[in-house]
Design a binder for this molecule. Structure first.
Ligand code: ATP
Length: 201
């Protein structure tokens, strides 16, 4: 059986940075955000179901999901959000399963931003690793990366599960409140640990 580590953390906590370090060491990385983008890119498997459910106005002329239009629909209508998730989430999970099973690596790091919130991944992962950093640092990193204001960054964080609740779900905590060298040291140690766990799983 493939040994799968679920990697999660709040917005801007450093999930992608940690995943890149695991990949450098030889883990297979399966990223559910990347899968969601592929499913909703031109020709993606989610485009026709979304067009059927929401109409052509949420599809761009080149056949991708119009994220801004969809965001407006979902913002105004909780049922629309549930319908969109009912289309996308099973497709994302199925593709994540497919990629995890096909991985040729000692173990898989499955990156799921909303792992604690969404519930659908508990049975899919043998271990949960949480990338954690103080909220002020999270805000600063999100602002410098995406140009969002502090208020916008905090609004997104408020819609996610809180830091304490996320940490309570962790088997392993990766402290990314410091420099990248510290992140690398922790990923190195966890990698050795996961190799051992994968060998006996
Ligand atoms: P999102 O949830 O938005 O996808 P994420 O959790 O994947 O974010 P990253 O994209 O890895 O977070 O990191 C957010 C930003 O902070 C990036 O610009 C990244 O380069 C930077 N960053 C991550 N870790 C550190 C660190 N230890 N020191 C300095 N900058 C960092």
């Amino acid at each position: 059986m493939t040994f799968i580590v679920g990697l999660t953390g709040g917005i801007g906590s450093g999930k992608s940075a940690a995943a890149a370090l695991f990949a450098e060491l030889g883990a297979a990385v399966v990223d559910t955000d990347a899968i969601a983008h592929e499913l909703t890119a031109p020709g993606g498997a989610a485009i026709e179901p979304i067009r059927s459910a929401f109409g052509a106005e949420v599809i761009t002329p080149n056949g991708a999901l119009d994220r801004a239009a969809m965001r407006r629909r979902v913002f105004a209508d909780a049922q629309a959000k549930a319908r969109l998730e009912a289309i996308l989430h099973p497709m994302i999970r199925a593709e994540a399963d497919r990629r995890s099973a096909a991985a040729r690596a000692p173990y898989v790091v499955l990156v799921v931003p909303l792992l604690v919130e969404s519930g659908g991944y508990g049975s899919r992962v043998q271990r949960v690793a949480v990338v954690d950093c103080p909220e002020d640092i999270q805000v600063a990193r999100v602002m410098s990366r995406s140009g969002l204001s502090a208020e916008e960054a905090r609004a997104i964080m408020a819609a996610q599960v809180g830091r304490e609740q996320r940490l309570a779900a962790a088997d392993d905590v990766i402290d990314n409140g410091g420099e990248l060298a510290g992140l690398r040291r922790q990923v190195d140690a966890l990698h050795r640990h996961y190799l051992e766990m994968a060998a006996v799983s």
